[in-house]
Design a binder for this molecule. Structure first.
Ligand SMILES: NC(=O)c1ccc[n+]([C@@H]2O[C@H](COP(=O)([O-])OP(=O)(O)OC[C@H]3O[C@@H](n4cnc5c(N)ncnc54)[C@H](O)[C@@H]3O)[C@@H](O)[C@H]2O)c1
Length: 383
């Protein structure tokens, strides 16, 4: 039997404890091995409530010894020192505006390295909400400290995504283009900060980042200067949304997010990529597709967040082939890969998203954001 595995959670929010939008709390996948030894969150009431929500059920024992940090960092756990043991992991699930830079208050990685020296860190996406230059400084410092760090670009761990990689490899394909389509169901997205691009970075940086990351995963590096974008804004008449369950008037107009972003770019390889992100659907079911094209092939991944299915056209076969990947849980694969690397059961290169790689995705999404901030707004009115 494997020994306990200790986890320090930074952030008592949805990604670490789950929500109606998704049961994201990945650490539950560690099952009986899981020991949450600490929870760090400046919102102590929320932290207490989050732990309380785990006090019943089959994993209650995993949370019962958790200490709550009474302030963010440096960690003070009600007067007790935290003893970091081997087999430990910090999961950084605060909002991105508190991490990825050297700026005090936005420097959680650096604070973690100081408070828990040598402890591996799993960072949620996007790596930050600060300017990309800032994160490169953080990345350098982490490399120098030799800390194992991975980022939550969970779609890379989908079996369907790995199948696309396999088909490309086996057939020596050169990717000609990628096409990502992400139509969000917004009715239950009620977090005001999410709808405020000054805080969240906007829907490409915060949400479509997963598809931008997949684009890079298949298309390679993007020529950042080639990125163009057009948007439907909140005050364009097609951008009126009728099922919002929050008061958008609380957000300054200039910080409200676009309802539709359409972007395209050139990869260094010569291939071309495009992305359409739309905030349009009601209820909770998203509509998402990601396509890769190469000579003779069209590989279409449908519903990566729900029931991932790969539709394949290949030379010599008239019918479309369909691969269904039932019971695939990329969150499980992601966290177990990370834990296996920490415990030396698997090589570190099995971690599919490194900090540097995730930073390039962040730079790319910033570029789309900047291109969409400066695109033509209204015909005849200029920007
Ligand atoms: N990979 C995925 O599919 C996925 C899914 C959901 C969320 N996320 C990411 O997870 C991150 C958190 O999202 P969420 O929905 O849990 O947010 P949330 O707003 O529900 O919770 C964030 C928590 O962090 C706390 N916090 C703020 N500053 C802090 C600090 N300095 N130290 C410690 N805690 C601090 C807040 O008080 C809050 O309790 C975001 O980056 C989001 O994009 C990823």
């Amino acid at each position: 039997m494997l020994p306990n595995f200790n986890v320090i959670l930074i952030g008592a929010g949805e990604v670490n404890f789950g929500s109606v939008e998704g049961p994201w709390n990945h650490v539950r996948k560690l099952k009986d091995r899981l020991q949450i030894i600490a929870l760090v969150d400046p919102d102590v009431d929320r932290a207490k409530f989050a732990l309380e929500s785990k006090s019943k059920g089959d994993q209650a024992a995993s949370y019962v010894n958790a200490l709550i940090a009474i302030k963010s960092m440096p960690c003070r756990f009600e007067g007790k020192d935290l003893n970091i043991l081997p087999n430990s992991l910090v999961i950084l699930g605060s909002p991105p505006q508190f991490r990825g830079s050297h700026i005090p208050g936005k420097d959680l990685e650096l604070q973690i390295m100081e408070a828990f020296p040598g402890c591996p860190v799993f960072v949620e996406k996007p790596v930050t909400a600060s300017l990309p230059e800032e994160c490169w400084r953080v990345s350098k410092q982490m490399n120098q400290s030799n800390v194992l760090i991975g980022v939550g670009y969970v779609l890379r761990y989908l079996r369907a995504v790995q199948k696309i990689k396999e088909i490309i490899r086996e057939n020596n394909l050169v990717v000609m283009g990628t096409n990502a389509r992400y139509v969000m169901a917004y009715e239950y997205a009620r977090k005001l900060s999410w709808w405020n691009k000054s805080l969240s970075g906007g829907p490409i940086i915060e949400q479509a980042t997963h598809f931008c990351d997949l684009s890079r995963y298949f298309g390679g590096e993007v020529i950042l200067d080639s990125v163009t974008a057009h948007t439907v804004e909140h005050d364009d008449s097609p951008g009126l949304l009728s099922a919002k369950r929050f008061d958008e008037d609380l957000i300054p107009p200039e910080s409200r997010i676009p309802r539709l972003t359409s972007a395209s770019w050139k990869y260094i390889s010569g291939a071309v990529g495009s992305l359409m992100h739309v905030i349009a659907l009601h209820d909770t079911t998203y509509d998402t597709e990601f396509e890769v094209y190469a000579d003779g092939f069209r590989l279409k991944l449908v519903d990566p967040y729900g029931s991932p299915t790969l539709y394949l056209r290949r030379p010599g076969i008239k019918e479309e082939e369909t691969y269904k990947f039932e019971e695939d849980d990329p969150f499980f694969s992601e966290i177990s890969t990370f834990v296996d690397a920490i415990e030396a059961r698997a090589p570190k290169h099995n971690i599919l998203s490194s900090y540097e790689d995730a930073l390039r995705t962040y730079e790319f999404t910033w570029q789309i954001r900047e291109a969409s901030d400066t695109c033509i707004r209204k015909p005849g009115n200029g920007i």
